[in-house]
Design a protein around this ligand. Structure first.
Ligand SMILES: [Fe+2]
Length: 383
């Protein structure tokens, strides 16, 4: 097996998880890919990946956008986004997103920074998240209009060329000075695979392999911003891993919509304030103190204090995109087409055909690393 080293396992998560002037790049990149291919130029995005994205700038009415900052404050406090439990079987002993975590540790992230020890790396990537709406449930009153925003729905239709869009979740991410998010693709969904039961990295591998496309449920993701931010650019790779990233600056009332399950993306470091960074632990919470002031508290103890101007606040929106009513009904009825055993069998057969695997299946840990190494090709650091 080539190229996979085994850094010590960090006890943290780099999970994803994981969409104004309307549609600046409506379909542009996909079309560009096709044009380049016809000209005999290599295009690095896999053919089953959707690389189009839509920019909405401005996104909302300005007062509505400002209101979302208030909504964020009124929500009160935010917990740290931490890793879901480890799986048994094929995922035993591995972080859910070891694909992204190992790549980050190996490379130092998009810009190849290797300026911190593991503790600081953990602090940089432990950001804050809360859910505003999920399914039919609304946890942050006032978020409804964004949840059902027709421009997001229209952009989602364009990305996948699918007419039926079902918004599924809205959540907020908050990064503090010095924090960043490693380059990754989000965890996709397939009819039959479940991130609660099956390792997230394996579901990512299933998508990158392209072998289960007929079972995939395409999800459009919007990320939107309501304040200008120092640093914290949304870096993404709409032309594939061999082309430069687009570093999208975070501005008031802007949004992007794309297939984040296919397009690699991450968040560059938010401009650093404290050195060294406080050590954030999963039990800590970020609290709004009013007047644009925020604190991170460990129980009653204040670990750090921040102004809105130093922070990065984004709202993520995800929606299922269906071809027709039959497909939507299959989703609503929980159709189970794939089993984890089938997925592993198909992947192992493909690995054998690629000369990466002998007749016998190796131990789980080894097989997991071969799968990620073979199918999940990360962009190289650019500096
Ligand atoms: Fe993501």
């Amino acid at each position: 097996m080539q190229g996979v080293r085994k850094p010590p396992l960090p006890e943290w998560v780099l999970s994803s998880v994981s969409p104004r002037n309307q549609a600046v790049f409506n379909g542009g990149y996909r079309l560009l890919g096709n044009v380049l291919a016809r000209c005999g130029v290599a295009v690095s995005m896999q053919p089953h990946f959707f690389s189009q994205y839509v920019e909405l700038n401005p996104f909302l009415d300005a007062r509505e956008a400002e209101g979302l900052v208030k909504l964020c404050e009124n929500f009160g406090s935010y917990g740290m986004y931490s890793e879901e439990g480890l799986n048994e079987g094929i995922g035993e002993g591995l972080p859910q997103r070891f694909d992204a975590a190992f790549n980050f540790l190996r490379t130092g992230g998009r810009l190849g920074r290797r300026d911190a020890d593991l503790t600081t790396l953990v602090a940089r990537t432990n950001y804050f998240r809360e859910t505003y709406a999920y399914g039919d449930r609304v946890f942050a009153p006032g978020i409804e209009s964004l949840y059902r925003n027709p421009r997001l729905v229209e952009a989602a239709k364009q990305i996948f060329d699918r007419p039926i869009v079902e918004p599924a979740i809205v959540y907020a991410n908050i990064l503090l000075p010095g924090q960043e998010l490693a380059v990754h693709t989000d965890v996709p969904e397939f009819r039959g695979l479940n991130r609660k039961l099956h390792p997230e990295w394996l579901i990512v591998v299933a998508h990158h392999s392209g072998l289960f496309d007929q079972h995939r449920m395409p999800i459009a993701t919007s990320v939107s911003w309501y304040q200008d931010t120092n640093g914290g650019e949304f870096a993404f790779y709409p032309e594939g891993i061999d082309r430069p990233a687009t570093a999208y600056r975070v501005h008031f009332n802007t949004a992007l919509v794309m297939d984040t399950d296919s397009v690699f993306h991450g968040v560059d470091r938010v401009k650093e304030a404290d050195r060294p960074m406080p050590t954030f632990l999963p039990r800590m919470r970020l609290h709004s103190e009013g007047g644009g002031r925020w604190t991170v508290r460990d129980g009653e103890d204040v670990i750090g204090s921040y102004d809105w101007d130093d922070m990065r606040f984004s709202i993520s929106w995800k929606a299922y995109c269906f071809l027709d009513e039959t497909e939507r009904d299959a989703w609503k009825n929980g159709a189970r087409e794939l089993s984890i055993d089938t997925v592993l069998d198909v992947l192992c057969d493909d690995l054998r055909a690629r000369g990466r695997l002998g007749d016998a299946r190796p131990p789980n840990r080894e097989l997991a690393e071969i799968l990620v190494d073979e199918y999940v090709k990360f962009p190289r650091p650019s500096a």
